[in-house]
Ligand binder design. Structure first.
Ligand code: PEP
Ligand code: MN
Length: 335
């Protein structure tokens, strides 16, 4: 439920209203714009008498908000969120590209790729140190050593790093990581979401394989409810009956999410398709549909990659995608 107040509400009446609402175990999200003040009621509003509130002098209108998410809701935060990461802004027209290998495999590998993607114009370096693999016998990532190598690459090439945390116990290793990725398989790991919600660090939250947009937003709400406002959403394809591609890229999610939330949305065409030659057209399409950025897997030797070689681009192919995306960006859909 949201309460829109009249201009310049009388302070005493406002205090009374707020303490009355708090006495009903509600938290208040206070949002003061240039001309409007809005109170967002967080908690169970089923016992709140809307007519009674509507009748108050200082109240313009009361609205029942259907969506159960408040912090991520554009209704309470009409302006796009812009997240500053080491001086690079993401969101609201600041389009950024995260690129790098699926997994960190060696110093040589990550350095060569970092150099290539930087040259092509990437803004962030990605690389998995902890890898969620379907098979327990597949390469599980270099773990702590992988994070060390990413940090060394950051020092050498100056690109902020994005890497995935799979479990709460790993978080101490992420202190110097610039963006913590919560992967698709962990989108509803609520304890992990709560813990990253207590950090003052950007979180890239990927959509689960079989999760709705509402569930994605509720997971983002978990992070924001803990006080961490630096959440970036990532559409990475969902599982459908189609088997020709690894997942089905839900491009409509971009403009739809934009109406529901103020958070930046990036698209991962690599995991969404699983096929290297589809990455370029889907990257162009995502940029054209209004995404705030892309996450693309790049490998210096895709046929020999330890993970996701089939969807990985060479640094040269990645540079070609960057050119195509940059050409389309000035014409992107803005809503
Ligand atoms: C990844 O980005 O490395 C990854 C594992 O992606 P997802 O969680 O989307 O499958
Ligand atoms: Mn991958």
């Amino acid at each position: 439920m949201i309460i829109i107040l009249k201009d310049n509400p009388e302070e005493k009446q406002l205090d009374n209203l707020i303490s009355w609402l708090k006495s009903m175990n509600l938290d208040i999200h206070f949002s003061k714009g240039e001309s409007t003040t809005i109170l967002g009621l967080i908690g169970d509003t089923s016992a709140v008498d809307m007519d009674l509130i509507n009748a108050l002098d200082i109240v313009e209108t009361v609205k029942q908000v259907q969506e159960p998410y408040k912090n991520v809701n554009r209704k309470f935060h009409p302006k796009d969120t812009v997240i500053d990461i080491c001086g690079t802004k993401v969101g609201s027209g600041n389009f950024q590209v995260i690129a790098g290998p699926c997994s960190v495999e060696s110093r040589e590998q990550v350095f060569e790729i970092a150099q290539g993607v930087k040259k092509a114009g990437a803004h962030f370096l990605r690389g998995g140190a902890f890898k969620p693999r379907t098979s327990p016998y597949a390469f599980q990532g270099m773990r702590a050593e992988g994070i060390e190598l990413l940090l060394e690459a950051k020092k050498e090439f100056g690109l902020p790093i994005v890497t995935e945390v799979m479990d709460l116990s790993q978080l101490p290793l992420f202190e110097e990581v610039d963006v913590i990725q919560v992967g698709a398989r962990n989108m509803q790991n609520f304890e992990l979401l709560k813990e990253v919600g207590r950090l003052d660090k950007p979180v890239l939250l990927k959509r689960g394989l079989a999760n709705t947009l509402k569930e994605l937003l509720m997971s983002a709400e978990y992070i924001m409810a803990g006080g961490n406002e630096k959440v970036i959403l990532c559409e990475r394809g969902i599982r459908t009956f189609e088997t020709a591609t690894r997942n089905t890229l839900d491009l409509a999610a971009i403009p739809l999410l934009k109406t529901k939330t103020h958070l930046p949305i990036v698209v991962d065409p690599s995991h969404a398709t699983g096929i290297a030659h589809l990455v370029k057209p889907m990257a162009i399409a995502a940029a054209a549909a209004g995404a705030d950025g892309l996450m693309i897997e790049v490998h210096n030797d895709p046929p020999h990659a330890l993970c996701d070689g089939a969807q990985s681009l060479t640094p040269e192919a990645f540079a070609d995608v960057m050119d195509a995306v940059n050409a389309v960006l000035p014409h992107a859909y803005k809503g």
